[in-house]
Design a protein around this ligand. Structure first.
Ligand SMILES: Cc1cc2nc3c(=O)[nH]c(=O)nc-3n(C[C@H](O)[C@H](O)[C@H](O)COP(=O)(O)OP(=O)(O)OC[C@H]3O[C@@H](n4cnc5c(N)ncnc54)[C@H](O)[C@@H]3O)c2cc1C
Length: 462
């Protein structure tokens, strides 16, 4: 019998189109392993919402393995040490893994390759990060040319089926119990409304894809309207690798609709973000512009009281209905509509002049799709501090955005204090003199905030 093959699972929690699993299964008995490694990620250990999703996703995938008389071995600790131990315990010589690009995983992949035969595969992106380059062979920094070049290189690789057989090793190594990892919140259990909102796992991702196949045609017109359900809500499934973008690409045979074309460009944003963190591994932490950030952000060390404003933003108590609806949607569902993510993020950074890193961290803890690349790249784009082109001085106006994108029903859903207000006044009840009891006045006026932000920007440019 050939020696067992270890499959190191991370954010690729699926059976089908999983290149590492597919290759391992064709070479011998499969020992799939998931290691909860909070140390290697350092300050990027998973936040609360991610841990909730991870629990359910592992549960779901374990059930799929069990149906095929196979198992996922769960271990907790340093990933490399655990993999070496499992290899020693089982006689496995080869580890198969899909590549991941977070800096800690890139480092770990390099270290593991020095100890064992590590076979790496490209699994989670349309095209492997690093593949699309400029004419002179350098990576792109800006989204638009990256996107054009990617479109020229598509289609992606072929989709892989589930492995035909998963044969078992002679002896299974020991495994933790998922319940003992305490990934789910208990006291209090803040995740009940998140659980109502989502179905987790590979099957759920494919059900959503089938639903989306009927809706994608309307995406171009509908994606900016938070009151309507016209985005795929596929981001956590993609982030955790319950489905791959390659599977999504091949599902849409008719690629002529404007909706699909626009949707594809969003999937390319996802590829782009990984390319950015490959070039700038500290991107979610470091700015790349020549602003003097000591004068740009309100700074607690300079006596500014930002704590209260930050808390009001986090809790959806800013007095700006669209911002508050978004922040409460985040808390209730672990997800936020993209247009509202932009408005809420811009509000924190520009209206409140709070360093974008505070927002990035809050999203990291609260999003079920919290992604090192996507989150960092989008926060930097909004705050105009990254290598991409959006400028700090472009300040979104939340009140008119709310009106323009018809967010009345969305606000009613997430800010019940405003539920009785008409479409005409709900975007800015204070200005219409109908602020309901229990809902705060604006934390700062729009014009005042805009002028303060532009002044801080001027100062920071020296
Ligand atoms: C401040 C801020 C923070 C964000 N943080 C994250 C994050 O941590 N994780 C995350 O997956 N997305 C993040 N996004 C991007 C985007 O908001 C979400 O991917 C999107 O809202 C997810 O909903 P959806 O699946 O319905 O997207 P759809 O509109 O249906 O798009 C399809 C897929 O494309 C990808 N995508 C869409 N927009 C973007 C984008 N701007 N950047 C990168 N990929 C994109 C996602 O994988 C998404 O599932 C952030 C955006 C902002 C403005």
């Amino acid at each position: 019998m050939s020696s067992p093959q270890i499959v190191w699972l991370r954010r690729d929690l699926r059976m089908a189109d999983n290149p590492a699993l597919y290759a391992a299964a064709s070479q011998g008995p499969v020992i799939a392993v998931y290691i909860l490694d909070d140390e290697t990620a350092g300050d990027r250990a998973y936040g609360g919402a991610s841990r909730w999703w991870l629990h359910h996703s592992l549960n779901s995938l374990s059930r799929s393995f069990a149906k095929r008389n196979a198992k996922i071995i769960l271990r907790r600790g340093d990933a490399i040490e655990e993999l070496v131990k499992i290899a020693e315990e089982t006689g496995a010589e080869t580890i198969h893994a899909n590549r991941h690009y977070e800096p800690w995983w890139r480092k770990a992949q390099g270290q593991l390759a020095d100890k064992l035969d590590l076979q790496l595969y490209d699994g989670n992106y349309l095209l492997p990060p690093g593949y699309v380059t400029t004419g002179s062979g350098t990576p792109y920094k800006i989204y638009t040319p990256f996107s054009k070049a990617t479109l020229e290189q598509l289609p992606p690789r072929d989709e892989l089926p589930e492995p035909e057989t998963l044969s078992s090793p002679d002896k299974w190594p020991a495994s933790d119990n998922l319940e003992d990892w305490n990934l789910l919140p208990t006291s209090p259990n803040w995740a009940t409304s998140i659980a109502d909102f989502w179905d987790v796992g590979e099957d759920a991702a494919h059900e959503r894809l089938e639903w989306w196949a009927d809706e994608v045609g309307d995406y171009d017109d509908g994606r900016n309207l938070p009151s309507q359900d016209i985005t795929s809500q596929m981001s956590p499934h993609l982030h955790w690798g319950e489905i791959s973008p390659v599977q999504i690409y091949h599902r849409f045979k008719d690629k002529r609709s404007n909706g699909w074309q626009t949707y594809l460009k969003e999937l390319i944003w996802r590829d782009y973000a990984q390319n950015v963190i490959c070039q700038f591994p500290a991107y979610p932490k470091e700015s790349y512009r020549d602003y003097d950030e000591r004068t740009l952000w309100r700074n607690p060390n300079a006596g500014h009281l930002i704590e209260e404003d930050l808390r009001a933003w986090q809790r959806g108590q800013t007095g700006y209905p669209i911002v508050d609806a978004g922040m409460r949607q985040l808390w209730q569902t672990g997800w936020m509509h993209n247009r509202v993510r932009m408005i809420a993020a811009s509000f924190l950074v520009k209206h409140l002049l709070i360093d974008w890193r505070h927002g990035e961290r809050w999203f990291w803890d609260c999003l079920v799709d919290a992604d090192y690349g996507n989150n960092g790249v989008n926060w930097q784009w909004i705050s105009g501090t990254g290598v991409d082109s959006n400028m700090f001085s472009r300040i979104m106006a939340p009140l008119s955005q709310s009106e323009k994108f018809d967010a009345a029903a969305y606000v009613r859903e997430y800010v019940p204090e405003l539920a009785d207000l008409s479409d005409k006044v709900i975007h800015d009840p204070e200005a219409h003199d109908c602020l309901p009891e229990g809902y705060p006045a604006k934390i700062i006026g729009h014009r005042e905030a805009r002028e303060r932000a532009l002044e801080a920007y001027r100062q920071s440019k020296g």
